[in-house]
Design a protein around this ligand. Structure first.
Ligand SMILES: C[S@@+](CC[C@H](N)C(=O)[O-])C[C@H]1O[C@@H](n2cnc3c(N)ncnc32)[C@H](O)[C@@H]1O
Length: 447
């Protein structure tokens, strides 16, 4: 049975106003503003129509390899749930937090508890081999057998009872937990903590795309509230000027989303390979039901009467659809990895002491996250640019850096997937974004 969302019926016209696609002129104006606005750093790029692929980003200057093309706030970003086991990062700016000891201790502690999400970590406990002989090689970043660590070691590291040598060379910002106690740091004022926990649990069990959607809803509400405060202050200063009605403020707060969304999630999601085309209607209905369940949980957690239309299923479906079609994965370099590289470069006797720990912790730690960029760069399997999140990119900013020299007039492209995968795998992943790639590499490799 198809579930009907009462808010969709009640606020039909407000919801339609939010979902009206912006005109091409409005989109151009929005993107122009994005590129020119003074607090962003976009040098020499512009958005133009690309005959076959709609809009694209083009270089207006020549760029050298490694040069910054664009620096911008992410629309929304989220650390992958599985990666939360490996690294503790700020939910807003995604920088590693706490200390090297906390990062390592927490990871080892979870490993001891049998919680593991990292790929490729050694599972073998061992050993009779002489430690000195194992320590003679120049690098320890390969899969090694492990000497058990002393009991309570991980916990002491985690709780600050133990300090590792040289870790003060890698200071990290302190960790502050969300006062709401939800375990997820970046949600606005919560109506019910239990409901929020249920919402997160449901997203973790089904699809973490709902967490991104929740961030999009909550950031629109926060933006609306900020606009409302600014607007009231203006009214106090100029009481004779007639005020902007609140629905217009909501439209303004929703603007960044309005440029990005295209289709509802259940309409645009690619049919999984194990679903017969005769079952397609039932499959899409199931996806809609899943979104409806998630929306009810979110509504119980963070509902705001003035932004009621944001809790309609139609809006929720469009937000998730935007993530389904536009998500990008990003890797954030880890200071813990830098710490171990530093240790590896120490002369032999100093390095030896820390070797056992490194054997337990050889895997590269990186935050992986998904985000939606606000620009409209097209995909290429042989891209000339890449999204990065560098240590200096605070406040949730990400950058696009040139991977090779780019000449004036050339299109700037990034890869939405791992471009080193074979042709068929790339095409299968890109089908989830709703298109068949026609980049020069694919045209050349197509059987
Ligand atoms: C983030 S948008 C990029 C901007 C887009 N061209 C526009 O006009 O809004 C991604 C969409 O662009 C199109 N696209 C991007 N790269 C492509 C490629 N290599 N081959 C075919 N279509 C592509 C697809 O329709 C895809 O869903």
């Amino acid at each position: 049975m198809e579930s009907d969302c009462p808010i969709d019926a009640e606020l039909r016209s407000e919801i339609s106003a939010l979902l009206i696609p912006p005109s091409p002129a409005q989109v151009d104006e929005y993107l122009d503003e994005l590129i020119k606005s003074s607090n962003r750093h976009c040098h020499g790029i512009k958005v133009k129509q690309n005959g076959e692929l709609g809009k694209g980003v083009y270089a207006d200057l020549g760029f050298k390899e490694g040069e910054l093309l664009l620096k911008d706030q992410m629309l929304v970003g989220l650390q992958h749930s599985s990666n939360k086991i490996d690294c503790l990062v700020c939910s807003f700016c995604f920088r590693f937090i706490g200390s090297v000891e906390l990062q390592i201790g927490r990871r080892l502690y979870l490993q001891e508890l049998g919680v593991s999400a990292s790929q490729g970590c050694c599972q073998t406990d061992y050993s009779s081999e002489d430690e000195d002989s194992r320590d003679s090689g120049p690098s320890s970043s390969s899969c090694k057998e492990k000497v058990p660590l002393p009991k309570g070691f991980a916990e002491s590291l985690m709780k600050g009872g133990l300090k590792l040598p040289y870790s003060d060379k890698f200071p990290l910002p302190p960790a502050v937990l969300c006062h709401g106690g939800c375990g997820e740091a970046y949600y606005l004022q919560v109506v019910s903590r239990e409901a929020l926990v249920k919402f997160i649990q449901h997203a973790n069990d089904t699809n973490d795309i709902f967490l991104l959607a929740a961030k999009a809803v909550s950031s629109s509400i926060l933006k609306y509230r900020k606009l409302k405060v600014a607007h009231s202050e203006e009214q106090e200063n100029k009481p004779n000027v007639s005020g902007i009605p609140y629905p217009s403020l909501l439209l303004e707060a929703w603007k960044p989303m309005s440029v990005g969304h295209k289709r509802r999630w259940w309409d645009c999601i690619a049919l999984p390979f194990d679903v017969e085309s005769s079952d397609e209607v039932a499959f899409r209905m199931q996806i809609r039901e899943l979104a409806f369940t998630s929306l009810q949980l979110l509504k119980a957690a963070i509902f705001d009467e003035e932004c009621k239309s944001l809790f309609s299923l139609d809006i929720y479906g469009h937000i998730i659809g935007m993530f389904e079609l536009n998500n990008l994965d990003l890797v954030v370099a880890s200071p813990v990895e830098d710490y171990f590289l530093y240790i590896d470069d120490l002369p032999y006797p100093k390095r030896k002491k820390l070797r056992r720990l490194h054997d337990h912790f050889w895997m590269l730690l990186a935050t992986t996250m998904q985000f939606v960029a606000k620009s409209c760069m097209n995909h290429s399997c042989s891209p000339n640019a890449k999204a990065f999140k560098r240590e200096e990119d605070r406040d949730g900013q990400a950058t696009i850096i040139a991977l090779k020299p780019i000449s004036k007039g050339e299109e700037v492209t990034i890869s939405y997937v791992d471009e080193d995968l074979p042709f068929e795998e790339r095409q299968a992943l890109l089908a989830d974004y709703g298109f068949k790639c026609r980049c020069p590499k694919c045209l050349e490799e197509e059987p």
